[in-house]
Every structure is written in structure tokens, then in C-alpha cells.
Design a protein around this ligand. Structure first.
Ligand code: TZP
Ligand code: MG
Length: 223
């Protein structure tokens, strides 16, 4: 829809409780749509197609499958890095970082058709992204992670709390989060957590998602 952004912005705090990002390598041969369906069965509320290797034509094919699974479940479907792929897939949103098109250019390209997420490296970058039209922020890595080589050092929940305090848009924590350490991330003010390995690399994806979702709900009750 031409004006999906406004409707989604209202839903975002709830829709970002458990945000699962795909990873082809960690999936160990299991296909993305299967993993996404299992994660949703366990309580994932948002999915990000994170395509770091392989042809874009394949990303489009896999993305269509993942989008369908998300639509059937009423779960948010967001595309990482690529504005063109997000538009081609008619995604609910696109998530950009410092190496991608800047937030202002991304917003100009997608208009009000979808939400835009951003990963701010600093508090100042978080404020600038909000001014430039970001609808939510992903802050991290909260804890050490081996999943993203260029993620930088752990920033901790205190840094996340400062960003939550400074901006008016929802914030999720990302990086090294699992069912044992998710609760403090939400207690610090995040609306939810974003994870890769804790769900995608799990033998039982659904059970892993369920445990994480419970940890998130515990964090919400604690504040
Ligand atoms: N951005 C910051 S840390 C990270 C991303 C994409 C990796 C998160 O993966 P994991 O396995 O949940 O630590
Ligand atoms: Mg990126």
C-alpha cells in the first residue's frame, strides 16, 4: 500500500518484540521459509530477510517465499540492506546501516510505502536518523557476538538505555542475545530483541523462539 508506514508505526512496539534475522550459513541447509515459519510458531513477531551472499535474483525468489509466510501469519517482513530488494518484494520495511544508503535517501526512495529501520553507531547517529525519517532503531551489539564480523565491540544495555531515553522511536537490542540474557535488554527500555544465532542456529527453532519470547515478556513485566 502507498501509505503502509503510518499504520505500521502504530503497531511497531508490539511488532518488534521478537525480531528474527535470517542467515543462510547458520541455517545449515534448512531453507529460510521453513526456519521463518518455525520461528513464527514459537512467537517471532518480525522477520528480516538478511541476504549477505549469493545472487540477488535468488534473494528475490527466497524473499517471496518468506514474505508469504510472514503475510499469512500477520508478522512484519523487513528486508536488510537493499532498498531495491525491499521495493521489489513490497516489504513492510527496509533496514539500513552505516554501509548502506543513508536514512534520508532511503526514505526518499520508499516514501510512505514502508518503514525504515537503522542501526546507529552512536547516540548522535540515532538522533540524526530519527530526524531523517527512521521509524525504529536497532542498537548493538549489546553483548559479544561472533555472527557479524564488523559489528564492533559490545555496547551494553546502558548505552541502549541512553538511546531509548534520547529518541522518540522504538528501539530493539541486537547482538549476542539469547533466552538467558534478553530480559535485561527489554528491562533497559528496548521494545524487543533482534536475534540471529539464538534462533536460526538452534536445532529446535520453534522452541528457541519460544524461550526468547518468554524472556522478552519477562522484561516487559519488569518495567
Ligand atoms: N548487528 C549487530 S550485531 C549483529 C547484527 C546483525 C549480529 C546478531 O547476531 P546474533 O547471532 O544474534 O549475535
Ligand atoms: Mg546493513
Amino acid at each position: 500500500a502507498a501509505n503502509r508506514r503510518a499504520e505500521l508505526r502504530e503497531r511497531l512496539p508490539d511488532a518488534l518484540r521478537l525480531y528474527v534475522l535470517t542467515d543462510r550459513r547458520l541455517a545449515r541447509g534448512r531453507d529460510e521459509a521453513r526456519i521463518v515459519a518455525d520461528a513464527i510458531a514459537g512467537g517471532a513477531t518480525a522477520i528480516q530477510l538478511r541476504w549477505k551472499q549469493g545472487p540477488l535474483a535468488e534473494a528475490l525468489r527466497v524473499g517471496r517465499e518468506v514474505r508469504q509466510v510472514c503475510r499469512d501469519a500477520g508478522v512484519l517482513f523487513i528486508v536488510n540492506d537493499r532498498v531495491d530488494l525491499a521495493l521489489a518484494l513490497d516489504a513492510d520495511g527496509v533496514h539500513v546501516g552505516v554501509d548502506d544508503l543513508p536514512v534520508a535517501e532511503t526514505r526518499a526512495l520508499v516514501g510512505e510505502r514502508m518503514i525504515v529501520g537503522y542501526s546507529p553507531p552512536t547516540l548522535e547517529a540515532a538522533l540524526a536518523a530519527e530526524r531523517d525519517g527512521a521509524d525504529y532503531l536497532g542498537v548493538g551489539p549489546i553483548y559479544p557476538t561472533g555472527t557479524k564480523a564488523d559489528a564492533g565491540g559490545a555496547v551494553g544495555v546502558e548505552h541502549l538505555a541512553r538511546i531509548v531515553e534520547a529518541v522518540g522511536i522504538p528501539v530493539v537490542g541486537i547482538g549476542g542475545i539469547n533466552a538467558s540474557n534478553a530480559t535485561p535488554v527489554v528491562a533497559a527500555g528496548a521494545v524487543g530483541v533482534a536475534v540471529i544465532s539464538a534462533v536460526v542456529a538452534a536445532d529446535d527453532v520453534e522452541a528457541a523462539a519460544r524461550a526468547l519470547r518468554q524472556a522478552v515478556e519477562a522484561g516487559l513485566r519488569s518495567r
